[in-house]
Design a protein around this ligand. Structure first.
Ligand SMILES: Cc1cc2nc3c(=O)[nH]c(=O)nc-3n(C[C@H](O)[C@H](O)[C@H](O)COP(=O)(O)OP(=O)(O)OC[C@H]3O[C@@H](n4cnc5c(N)ncnc54)[C@H](O)[C@@H]3O)c2cc1C
Length: 923
C-alpha cells in the first residue's frame, strides 16, 4: 500500500516506486523532461534508470538478451559484422507463438517493398533453464490466423530468444512496446541470478525455493487470483456468477488484449470484401490501437463515446468487435454500453471491454459484454512493481506469466477493492478542486462528465467514479506550470497506490499530436492517476500546483521586505487598486497605512498641504472629496503578499525566448542569479527604477537612468513622546511639504504608528532635496546630518524644530534622484513588458509614481482578460498596453519640471502642481 512521502525530492529518471528494481514507472518531474523523453533528448535519455517496461526494455532484460545472443552466436559459429549488415540484436519473449508473430511482423514493418528482410532473417530459439538453445522453424500464417505454435516443446521455465538484424532495432522496439510479449524484469533477474549456466555466483541452495515449492506457490497464487477476479467480476444484480475457469491470466494487459483479438480473428477468415475490422469507442490507448492494427491486421475505426457515434456504427458494415475502454483513457468518457450490447447481439459481433480504468470493483460491465480485458499492472496491483493482465470469459489463452510475477500480483491485489474505493474518493475530490479553478478549461472524470449516465448504469452499489482523471488547462503554459509544480510521482502508467501524473499525449502520441488532437487528446493534456495518500497531503499539493498554474509567478530579489521604507499617497489610482484586489482584501488596505486610524475620507479632506518653507504658512491645500489613502511600502508588501506565491531571493539576471515571436506556443524564461528559472508566456518587469528587465529589453545604455542634480536625503526618525505628539498634531497627516525661497525642498511624513497610544514608538521621515552646490554634495559625503543642518537657517516650523531634534546618530543613507523616460521597446511578440518605475521612473515631487504603477497593473489585467476571452491576440494586447505605458510616461518629464519648480521658489506658483493638481497628464 506504499505511497511516496516526498516525491518532490526524487530525481529525473529514477524508478517508481523509488528503489524498486521492478518499478513499472519512471519519474519525469518537469514537463520539459517528458518532451525530452519523447523527442529522445540525450539529457533525459541518459538520466533514465528505467522506464515503463513496454516503452523501455528493462536494462536487466536487455542484458540477459545480449548474453543469450552471444551464446547462441558462439554455438552456431556466427559472427556479427555491422559493416556487412550482419550484426544481430535480440529480445527475449515469453512464448514461441509470440516469437513467431514477431518473426512475421518485423520484416513486414521494415520496408516491405524492398523485401530486404524476410522471416528467415529472424531467429527464434527456445532457451532452457539449463542453457540448451533450440532453434524454432518458421511456420506459415500470420498472427491470429491460426495456431502458429511450434512443435518444439516449451517448458514452463523456458524463455524464447528472438534475434534480428540490427537494422530492425526500431521495429523490434515497437513490437515489444505494442504487444507486451516481452519477459518481465523479475524473470530476467531470476535467470541472471539463478540459471546455472548464467550465474557467476557459486550455487546457493538457500537463495531460491525448490522447484516443487515454486510450483506450489505459483499454483496457489494463480488460483487465488482467478478466484479473486471471478468474484470481483460477478454481480448478483445481474445474476452473473463468474467461475474461476472463466478467468484467463496473462503476463501483461496488452497480451490479454492481443490474445483476445487474435482469438476473435480466428473465428473467421478475412476476405477482401470483409476484412477484420474493429470499432473502438472513446479514444483508444495508443498500443491497443497499434497492436490491433499493426500486429494483428485489424482495421480499427475510432468513435467518440457519443450516441451519434453508435448510430454511425449501426450504419456501417459488420465490424469484428466493438471495443470500448470504460471509462476511456485519457478522456474518461463512457459510451452507451447498453446500446452497443444490443447492436453487438443483433449483428452477432463480439463485444470486448477494457475495464482497467473503471475496474470491476466499481463497475459491473461483464454482464453487458462478451469479454472484459484488464491490465492487472494498474490498480489491481497498485504497487507499480509487477505486470499482468486478465481476460474474463471464453478466450483461448496463451503466454507464460512468470511464477514470481504471479505470486507478487496475488499479494499486491489482496485489498484491491478497498484501494479502488479509497483512490476513487480522493480522485473525486481532486476533480472537484480542479473544476473550481479558473485556469482549468475541462476536467475529464466520469462523475460530472456528459457520459456520467452511461457510467452510472453499470456502476456497482457504492462503486465510485475511479481514480483516473485528465485535465485540460486554459492555456498550454498553465498545463506546464501545473505539471512542473505538482509534487507527486510523475511518469507513465496508472492505477498506482501513489499518485502518478503524466503528460499523457506527449508520452503516448508525440509523433502524431495532430491526429490525437482530433479526438480531443490535446498535446497539453495532463493525466492524473490519484493514489491513496491522506487527503490533506494531496489537497495541499494539488492546491499548490493549481496556484502555480493560475497563470503567474511572482518573484522578488529581496529575501525580506527592503530596509528602505517610505509612504505613498494613492489618490486617483485608489479606486483602481480596490477594483484589482479580491473584495476580501480591500478592507486590509487600512492595515497598510502608516496610521491605521486615519480614514480615507479624513485623509482626503485634509488632502495634500504645501507650505511656504520660510513661514510655515499654507501655500496651497489640495483636497480630495473622494478620499486618499497613504500606504506604507513595507506594510503594503507584507499585507498584500500574504497567501501569494511570492518567491523571494530571486534576482533576475537575464531572459531567454523559446519559439518564434509569432508562434502561439512561444515562451519566455526568466533566469535568476541562484541558477533557477521560470518559464511562461509573459514577463512583466515591475522591478523598479533600475530595472534589469528593462536592460534586457533595451541594453545598458538605453536603459540607464538619468541622475538629477540634487542632493537627496530620505530617512526615518523617532522623537520623545511629547515632541512626537506635538509634531503629529501640527503636521498634515498625509503630505506636508514645502519649497523654501532659498531653493530647497522639504517634506515631513508619518511612516508608522506601531502603538497608537505611545507617541515615542511613532516613526516619521523627512524628504529633503536641494540643488547640488558643493563638492561634498556632489560626492554625497557621509556627514549628511551636518550638511542638512547647515541648510536649515531660515526654515520655519515644523521643519526647523524637527531637524534640530534629530539625534546626532540618526542614520541617513545615500540616495540619488533618478529618472528614466520611457522609449518604445520590442516586446518580442508580446512576451515581455514593463510596469511601474521600471517603465517610467520619476521623482516623488508630484506623487505620481505609485499611482501610475497601479494604473499600469489595471491596464495589464484588462488586456490579459481580453486575451483570455479570445478577444485579442497576446501580441495585439501587449502592443496596446505598451503604447499606454509609454504615453503615461510623459509624466516623467512633468515630475522633473515639478522637482525643478520646488527649487525655484519664485516660479513655484506656475508649476504643474498648481496647474494640474496631482492628476495624471492627459486625464
Ligand atoms: C520617498 C518616495 C515617496 C514617494 N511618494 C509617492 C507618492 O506619494 N505617490 C505615488 O504615487 N508615488 C510615490 N512614490 C513613487 C512610488 O514609491 C513608486 O513609483 C512605486 O513604489 C513603484 O513601484 P514599483 O513596483 O514599480 O517599483 P518598486 O517599488 O521599486 O519595486 C520593485 C521591486 O522589484 C524588485 N527587484 C528589483 N530588481 C530586481 C531583480 N533584478 N530581480 C528581481 N526583483 C527585483 C525589488 O526588490 C522590489 O521589490 C514615492 C517614491 C519615493 C521614493
Amino acid at each position: 500500500m506504499a505511497t511516496i512521502a516526498a516525491p518532490e525530492d526524487l530525481p529525473l529518471g529514477i524508478s517508481l516506486p523509488p528503489g524498486n528494481p521492478h518499478g513499472v514507472s519512471v519519474h519525469l518531474p518537469k514537463w520539459a523532461d517528458t518532451v525530452g523523453w519523447a523527442s529522445r533528448e540525450p539529457r533525459v535519455l541518459n538520466a533514465m534508470k528505467t522506464g515503463y517496461p513496454r516503452f523501455f526494455i528493462p536494462r536487466v532484460v536487455d542484458r540477459l538478451a545480449m548474453q543469450l545472443l552471444d551464446m547462441q552466436q558462439r554455438s552456431a559459429g556466427e559472427t556479427g559484422d555491422r559493416e556487412k549488415g550482419t550484426t544481430k540484436l535480440a529480445i527475449v519473449l515469453d512464448s514461441v507463438g509470440h516469437a513467431q508473430a514477431c518473426r512475421k511482423t518485423l520484416p513486414a514493418w521494415s520496408d516491405p517493398a524492398s523485401k530486404r528482410f524476410s522471416a528467415a532473417d529472424i531467429g527464434v530459439y527456445v532457451v532452457s533453464w539449463e542453457g540448451r538453445i533450440t532453434p524454432v522453424e518458421a511456420v506459415d500464417g500470420v498472427p491470429g490466423d491460426g495456431d502458429i505454435e511450434s512443435a518444439v516443446t516449451v517448458g514452463n521455465e523456458d524463455i524464447v530468444l528472438v534475434t534480428y538484424p540490427a537494422e530492425l532495432a526500431a521495429e523490434a522496439k515497437a513490437f515489444w512496446q505494442h504487444t507486451g510479449f516481452g519477459i518481465s524484469s523479475r524473470r530476467a533477474t531470476h535467470w541472471l541470478e539463478h540459471a546455472p549456466f548464467l550465474s557467476t555466483a557459486p550455487p546457493d541452495p538457500g537463495s531460491m525455493p525448490a522447484p516443487a515449492e515454486i510450483a506450489r506457490q505459483a499454483e496457489q497464487a494463480r488460483s487465488t487470483l482467478k478466484s479473486r477476479i471471478a468474484a470481483g467480476q460477478s454481480s448478483a444484480e445481474d445474476n452473473l456468477e463468474v467461475s474461476p475457469s472463466d478467468v484467463f491470466l496473462f503476463p501483461t494487459g496488452m497480451t490479454a488484449i492481443a490474445e483476445i483479438a487474435a482469438a476473435i480473428k480466428s473465428l473467421r477468415r478475412a476476405t477482401p470484401d470483409n476484412p477484420y475490422r474493429v470499432a473502438v469507442f472513446g479514444f483508444l490507448y495508443v498500443d491497443t490501437y497499434k497492436v490491433l492494427h499493426r500486429v494483428l491486421g485489424f482495421e480499427p475505426t475510432l468513435f467518440h463515446a457519443t450516441a451519434d457515434a453508435i448510430t454511425a456504427l449501426e450504419a456501417m458494415l459488420n465490424p469484428s468487435a466493438p471495443s470500448p475502454t470504460i471509462p476511456s483513457n485519457p478522456l474518461l468518457q463512457a459510451p452507451d454500453l447498453a446500446r452497443l450490447r444490443a447492436l453487438a447481439t443483433r449483428h452477432a459481433i463480439p463485444l470486448v471491454v477494457d475495464d482497467t480504468v473503471g475496474t470491476h470493483a466499481a463497475l459491473r460491465l461483464l454482464a453487458a459484454c462478451d469479454v472484459a480485458c484488464t491490465s492487472l499492472t494498474k490498480m489491481f496491483s497498485g504497487a507499480c512493481d509487477v505486470m499482468g493482465g486478465a481476460a474474463v470469459l471464453n478466450p483461448r489463452g496463451w503466454g507464460n506469466w512468470f511464477w514470481a510475477d504471479v505470486v507478487r500480483m496475488e499479494a499486491n491485489s489482496r485489498d484491491f477493492a478497498a484501494r479502488v474505493r479509497a483512490a476513487s474518493g480522493n480522485a473525486a475530490r481532486v476533480a472537484d478542486m480542479l473544476r473550481r479553478s479558473g485556469c482549468v478549461r475541462e476536467v475529464f472524470y466520469p462523475q460530472g462528465s456528459p457520459t456520467q449516465a452511461m457510467y452510472d448504469r453499470f456502476r456497482r452499489e457504492g462503486g465510485g467514479y475511479g481514480f483516473l482523471l485528465s485535465v485540460r488547462f486554459a492555456a498550454p503554459a498553465r498545463a506546464v506550470a501545473f505539471y512542473d509544480a505538482l509534487d507527486v510521482a510523475k511518469g507513465p502508467s496508472l492505477g498506482t497506490n501513489f499518485t502518478l501524473c503524466c503528460a499523457y499525449t506527449l508520452l503516448a502520441h508525440y509523433r502524431e499530436l495532430e491526429w490525437a488532437a482530433e479526438y480531443g487528446v490535446v498535446e497539453d493534456l495532463v493525466r492524473i492517476s490519484v493514489g491513496l495518500e491522506e487527503w490533506a497531503w494531496l489537497e495541499e499539493r494539488v492546491g499548490r500546483a493549481l496556484r502555480a498554474a493560475e497563470g503567474w509567478c511572482l518573484v522578488d530579489r529581496e529575501t525580506t521586505p527592503r530596509d528602505r521604507n517610505w509612504g505613498i499617497t494613492l489618490s486617483w489610482a485608489l479606486p483602481l487598486l480596490e477594483g484589482l484586489l479580491p473584495p476580501e482584501l480591500v478592507p486590509q488596505l487600512q492595515a497598510c497605512q502608516p496610521d491605521v486610524s486615519l480614514s480615507v475620507a479624513s485623509a482626503g479632506e485634509q488632502g495634500v498641504l504645501i507650505r511656504d518653507g520660510a513661514t510655515g504658512a499654507t501655500k496651497i491645500r489640495v483636497r480630495y472629496p473622494g478620499g486618499i489613502r497613504r500606504m506604507q511600502i513595507q506594510k503594503t508588501k507584507r499585507v498584500l503578499a500574504a497567501g501569494l506565491r511570492l518567491k523571494r531571493g530571486k534576482r533576475l539576471v537575464s531572459l531567454s525566448y523559446g519559439g518564434d515571436n509569432d508562434d502561439s506556443r512561444a515562451t519566455v524564461t526568466a533566469h535568476f542569479a541562484d541558477g533557477t528559472a521560470e518559464t511562461g508566456t509573459v514577463v512583466v518587469g515591475a522591478d523598479g527604477g533600475a530595472s534589469q528587465v528593462r536592460r534586457c529589453l533595451l541594453g545598458e545604455a538605453a536603459a540607464a537612468q538619468e541622475v538629477l542634480p540634487y542632493a537627496f536625503m530620505n530617512f526615518p526618525f523617532r522623537l520623545p513622546a511629547d515632541r512626537a505628539r506635538w509634531l503629529d498634531a501640527v503636521m498634515n497627516p498625509s503630505v506636508d511639504v514645502a519649497p523654501h525661497p532659498k531653493g530647497m525642498y522639504m517634506g515631513l511624513f508619518l511612516l508608522d504608528k506601531p502603538d497608537l497610544d505611545r507617541p515615542e514608538t511613532w516613526l516619521f521621515y523627512l524628504l529633503v532635496t536641494w540643488p547640488i552646490a558643493t563638492r561634498e554634495d556632489e560626492e554625497n559625503t557621509g556627514n549628511r546630518l551636518e550638511r542638512l543642518r547647515a541648510h536649515m537657517d531660515g526654515w520655519a516650523d515644523p521643519y526647523r524644530s524637527v531637524v534640530q531634534w534629530l539625534a546626532d546618530d540618526v542614520a541617513i543613507g545615500t540616495d540619488q534622484l533618478r529618472i528614466w523616460h520611457p522609449k518604445p521597446w520590442d516586446n518580442r511578440g508580446g512576451r515581455v513588458t514593463l510596469a511601474g518605475d521600471a517603465a517610467h521612473s520619476m521623482t516623488f515631487h508630484r506623487g505620481q509614481g505609485g499611482n501610475l504603477a497601479i494604473k499600469d497593473a489595471d491596464e495589464f489585467v484588462k488586456r490579459m482578460v481580453e486575451v483570455q476571452e479570445g478577444r485579442r491576440s497576446l501580441k495585439a494586447a501587449m502592443d496596446e498596453y505598451d503604447r499606454g505605458v509609454v504615453e503615461r510616461g510623459q509624466e516623467v518629464e512633468i515630475s522633473k519640471q515639478q522637482a525643478a519648480a520646488f527649487h525655484d521658489y519664485a516660479n513655484f506658483d506656475s508649476s504643474p502642481v498648481f496647474k494640474m493638481g496631482i492628476k495624471p497628464a492627459g486625464s
